[in-house]
Design a protein around this ligand. Structure first.
Ligand code: FAD
Ligand code: NDP
Length: 426
């Protein structure tokens, strides 16, 4: 038994939503496109799960944040897919793929064939077990990737109000969840192996600003160590976290954010992989010309840095999805994807944006005791990356433009003197 489509998207996250929107804009016919997703809801803006979804008052709930509200466009509810003749197969995992036959086999036993496939399977959280610690399945240990995880996190948070939460990991999930935990009146302690939070992006000076701000909100930091084991009660719930430095932290709940692994397993041995993802060209096309890969799962040539990279961020998922659809539907008019890396976060009253690449020498600017400050990264005499906290729309656009243009920096003293003014004058 099976169905055949011209275009199939495997995965129903951010990429799927933006790709479907682009297919419709470019005139896909009714019945040509199908999306198969393990999740039971239509594609939504995943970033909401660690922000608005966790608020104690007036939290974000579906259907308010389906794609593409994150870029101020239509809210694509299931009705929209129906009206445009797009088949949404939800709550269905794809179990295997046969790239020579152009078919997918679902967990319900259906074979779905395609002419063109977009792989948009995203990623899954790394589990503590991969670091030799067991206990991930305890009722009060939370990961955060999908709606089910977010609902679980909300329930556990509500059942522990006033208690102790330990956050494992000092990256995006750790920072955003720690903020939500204290907003929900839990005592939050962050534990991570590095010397400061967001170690892959923040400089020590930038990190120090956020850590001090977090401390002022009651978050505690334990840095330079990792957890080695949990203590459990007779119900199997975690009661304490044991650290490598010998200390023990009482815990009513634990949130783990220690990175992700791209979901490539359907295609291992069938498509070329690189950097842990599916390798694609500047048209997001894999080593099999009928298969495109987009979003967290794709490793693509990031022209501006001259390197193949996998970027795990929503702006990239949205734009690369639209680019892949353009390349599929109007190949002669579509060039190579030319993407400027863009990362951001919003926590408490803070909000930062980063554009470009964080390599080379760093120059900080602005008032680190106030609201607006930032940094430029200079590599081989050119500005290659910019960070700004507390900027206005115009200021963020200016640092984006400066990072894209990569101006030559002849006088570092002058750059330091001008600070944000430099980006505004480029
Ligand atoms: P996803 O959105 O993860 O979608 C993958 C989909 O594939 C899922 O629906 C999954 O169930 C499905 N799937 C996987 N395997 C199968 C299979 N075998 N069969 C069927 N379906 C399958 N980025 C930012 O830039 N800013 C943010 O503020 C931000 N916040 C975030 C907050 C959270 C909590 C998380 C988890 C991520 C956040 N991100 C953020 C990252 C951003 O959401 C991702 O980069 C983006 O979602 C990637 O889109 P994607 O479509 O590639 O993957
Ligand atoms: P990140 O990669 O951002 O951070 C993981 C952190 O955990 C790193 O600091 C890492 O250190 C640390 N770590 C690794 N192993 C351990 C360990 N055994 N014990 C303690 N800490 C450890 O991943 P997240 O899990 O925070 O985020 C998951 C995904 O969600 C990412 O793709 C991220 O981009 C996305 N996301 C993005 C957001 C945004 O853009 N605003 C918001 C929320 C999620 P090290 O660097 O040394 O490996």
């Amino acid at each position: 038994m099976g169905r055949a489509f011209v275009y199939v998207i495997v995965g129903g996250g951010v990429v799927a939503g933006y790709a479907a929107h682009e297919f419709v804009k470019r005139g896909v016919s009714h019945g040509e496109l199908c999306i198969i997703s393990e999740e039971s809801v239509a594609p939504y803006e995943r970033p909401a799960l660690s922000k608005g979804y966790l608020l104690p008052e007036d939290p974000a709930r579906l259907p308010s944040f389906h794609c593409c509200v994150g870029s101020n466009e239509e809210n694509l509810t299931p009705k929209w897919y129906k009206e445009h003749g797009i088949e949404l197969i939800l709550g269905t995992q794809v179990k295997s793929a046969d790239v020579r036959r152009n078919t997918l086999l679902t967990a319900t036993g259906e074979t779905i064939s395609y002419k063109i496939l977009i792989v948009a399977t995203g990623a899954r959280p790394l589990k503590l077990e991969e670091f030799g610690v067991s206990g991930s399945d305890a009722a009060n240990v939370c990961y955060l990737r999908d709606l089910a995880d977010a609902d679980r996190l909300v329930n556990v948070m509500q059942s522990c109000s006033g208690g102790n939460a330990v956050v494992i990991g000092g990256g995006y999930i750790g920072m955003e969840c720690a903020a939500s935990l204290v907003i929900n009146k839990l005592n939050a302690t962050m534990v991570f192996p590095e010397a400061h939070c967001m170690a892959r992006l923040f400089t020590p000076k930038i990190a120090s600003y956020y850590e001090e701000f977090y401390k002022s909100k009651g978050v505690k930091f334990i840095k330079g160590t990792v957890l080695t084991s949990f203590d459990f009660n007779t119900d199997g719930k975690v009661t304490a976290v044991n650290l490598r430095d010998g200390s023990k932290l009482p815990a009513d709940m634990v949130v783990v954010g220690i990175g992700i692994r791209p979901n490539t397993s359907l295609f291992e041995g069938q498509l070329t992989l690189e950097k842990g993802g599916i390798k694609v060209n500047g048209r997001m096309q894999s080593s099999n010309s009928s298969i495109y890969a987009v979003g967290d799962v794709a490793a693509f040539p990031v022209k501006i840095v001259g390197e193949t990279r996998r970027l795990e961020h929503v702006d990239c998922a949205r734009k690369s999805a639209r680019h892949a659809v353009a390349a599929i539907m109007e190949p002669e008019k579509t060039g190579e994807f030319d993407y400027l890396p863009f990362f951001y976060s919003r926590v408490f009253t803070l909000s930062w944006q980063f554009y470009g690449d964080n390599i080379g020498e760093v120059f900080h600017f602005g008032d680190f005791s106030g609201k607006t400050f930032g940094a430029y990264w200079i590599h081989n005499g050119h500005l290659v990356g910019s960070f700004l906290e507390g900027g206005t729309k115009e200021q963020y656009e200016a640092i984006a433009q400066a990072s894209r243009l990569k101006p030559a920096i002849e006088d570092l003293t002058e750059l330091k003197r001008q600070g944000l003014g430099f980006a505004l004058s480029v």
